[in-house]
Design a protein around this ligand. Structure first.
Ligand code: BGC
Length: 564
């Protein structure tokens, strides 16, 4: 069965990677900073005694209970405490739908600015919190800011970037997220040493990334796609010329116009996306963010200090371990930046998935060996370090696969007419499952115990299989020509009407639907048996735009035996 379509894009748009586009994308990516800062800050704050004593006295008492009756697995179980972490994501979920309308009507830049300002107010409220209510209202405002930023920034990046660098530039967002998490880990480590109000400083410092993003957004230009969408064609052409560094942007510009006209005809994008021809995008946009959260990554990102305390680390060591995982997260993200447009999305997804499964099973077994079912026992320093190492390898795998790709893939697979709506679905599903994990993890740990790690491993098996079968390769494919990828896919092809693949202004469309390994194998076979090498493969004009693997291969290589 051919599963991963390899599509050779025409890639004929003229232009280079200009410093302007790089700087613009870097500034926009700082939107990820606010997202990351929040992810990283709450775990540390919720493990600070002063914070717990003030806002969550019952958790504090339970944690201090030296009677030894409390299971290690249940030390931190408290629904109000988890609500502090997770309420933000609920607000983000709802806000992303408003953000979608704003992004479409007023442009990507406006959404980013709104996000930054609301987030700033939330940070101030949090830093000044006198009671749980203020704390949670502040978190909700932070959530609204994040809903806006996460809706607009990935789309902005995908639209600004030239196709061949889209993956790398888009991952700038994830990079900024990991830097935000790491920054928060460091801040927590520092403020935990303060005699009092350390938690206030941690929470209030969220204003710093928000300021960077807001000021950045004010100076950013909007994307050509968004200008066209709002009727500013001439400005859009000039912007395109500027970001591509050439006057000859005709091909790309007319694709953008065509895509925009198609999208203007759509009155209700959220209804539109339910139509059969958008089924692949709808399914993938809904499942990828869900799967991303079901990797269990936020168990580590939110609760690393709590988790490491559960594993017997002292206060300091627990916060330090969070700094270590944060650092691994940042460095491993670089791997994806340098490989995503080269090896492609699928390779990273599949390798990362396998690596995560191995680590999760190992951590589950390790915790079982030490705590058993009853949750009584203690990690020796050596075993604690082993757990930390395994968790780092797991975080690295996530950081070069599901982390960045969870945002990149859904943002690049939509035609313009469903792009904003698609991104809202992506953000809201992501936020919904982030909320669920944030809310349920401490209880789940208390009830599923070490089995929790097997639970997540099971999900990673499922999602890796899903990617293998249903997620086509999208590297190097111009964003407005993405329908060709779907049309060529063994399963999704049937959903795409022929006229949806109508944006080819370029002569040679070579579409081959076959898996990477099959393609390689085929090329080796061809060159040895029939003297047809890679070049011959590329030179052959594929008269058929869309073909299934078998039809295609038989058409190109008539000598192939029937059974192939
Ligand atoms: C995810 C977050 C996660 C972060 C870790 C992001 O892609 O959406 O939920 O905490 O990666 O780096």
């Amino acid at each position: 069965m051919a599963v991963g379509g390899v599509v050779v894009p025409s890639g004929n748009y003229e232009g280079k990677v200009t410093p302007f586009v790089v700087v613009t994308c870097l500034v926009a990516a700082t939107g990820g900073l606010i997202f990351g800062y929040d992810i990283g800050i709450s775990g540390g704050v919720t493990s600070m005694d002063e914070f717990l004593e003030k806002f969550f006295p019952s958790v504090y008492a339970k944690q201090k209970d030296a009677s030894g009756h409390e299971s290690q697995y249940c030390k931190f179980e408290n629904h109000l405490l988890t609500l502090f972490t997770s309420s933000l994501y609920l607000a983000a979920l709802i806000a992303s739908f408003f953000a979608s309308a704003t992004t479409k009507k007023f442009g990507r830049k406006t959404s980013m600015t709104v996000g930054g300002v609301v987030f700033l107010i939330g940070a101030v409220l949090n830093g000044a919190a006198m009671n749980v209510e203020m704390l949670i209202i502040g978190r909700l405002l932070l959530g609204v800011g994040i809903g806006y930023a996460n809706q607009s920034v990935p789309v902005y990046l995908s639209e600004m970037a030239p196709a061949k660098l889209r993956g790398a530039l888009n991952i700038g967002f994830q990079m900024a997220t990991t830097l935000g998490i790491f920054g928060a880990n460091l801040v927590n480590y520092g403020t935990s040493k303060m005699k009092e109000n350390g938690w206030r400083v941690s929470l209030a410092l969220a204003a710093a990334p928000a300021l960077i993003m807001t000021i950045g957004a004010i100076f950013l230009p909007d994307t050509p796609n968004s200008m066209i969408e709002r009727g500013q064609k001439e400005k859009a052409r000039e912007m395109l010329q500027k970001i591509r560094g050439t006057d000859n942007v005709d091909a790309e510009f007319s694709d953008l116009l065509e895509a925009s006209e198609a999208s203007q005809r759509v009155e209700q994008p959220l209804k539109k996306i339910l139509e059969r021809q958008y089924r692949p995008q709808l399914v993938i946009t809904s499942l990828i963010p869900m799967f991303q959260q079901l990797t269990g990554i936020n168990v580590i990102m939110f609760y690393a200090p709590v988790l490491f305390k559960t594993l017997g680390f002292g206060n300091d060591a627990a916060l330090m371990s969070a700094v270590v995982t944060g650092l691994v997260n940042v460095f491993a993200t670089f791997v994806s930046i340098f490989t995503v447009d080269k090896f492609g999305r699928r390779a990273l997804f599949l390798e990362g998935g396998a690596q995560m499964i191995i680590c999760q099973i190992s951590v589950g077994v390790l915790i079982y060996k030490v705590f058993g079912v009853a949750g009584e026992g203690a990690f020796t320093p050596a075993l604690g370090n082993l757990a930390l190492a395994l968790i780092c390898i797991y975080v690295a795998a996530f950081a070069w696969s599901w982390g960045p790709l969870g945002w990149l893939v859904p943002s690049e697979i939509h035609p313009l007419e469903t792009r904003s709506a698609g991104q809202s679905i992506n953000v809201s599903v992501n936020m919904f499952f982030t909320f669920i994990i944030g809310q349920l993890f401490l209880s789940a740990l208390c009830h599923l115990k070490f089995g929790l790690f097997f639970f997540f491993a099971g999900w990673v098996v499922l999602m890796t299989t899903f990617v293998y079968l249903f997620v086509p390769e999208t590297k190097n494919m111009p964003i407005e020509e993405m329908n060709r990828v779907w049309k060529a896919h063994w399963f999704w092809g049937a959903y795409i009407p022929d006229d949806a693949v109508g944006l080819q202004h370029h002569a040679a469309n070579q579409l081959v639907s076959t898996s990477l390994t099959q393609e390689l194998l085929l090329n080796v076979l061809m060159s040895t048996l029939f003297g047809l090498g890679d070049e011959a493969w590329k030179d052959r004009e594929a008269a058929v735009l869309v073909c299934h693997r078998r039809g295609c291969i038989n058409g190109l290589y008539p000598h192939l035996p029937e059974w192939w």
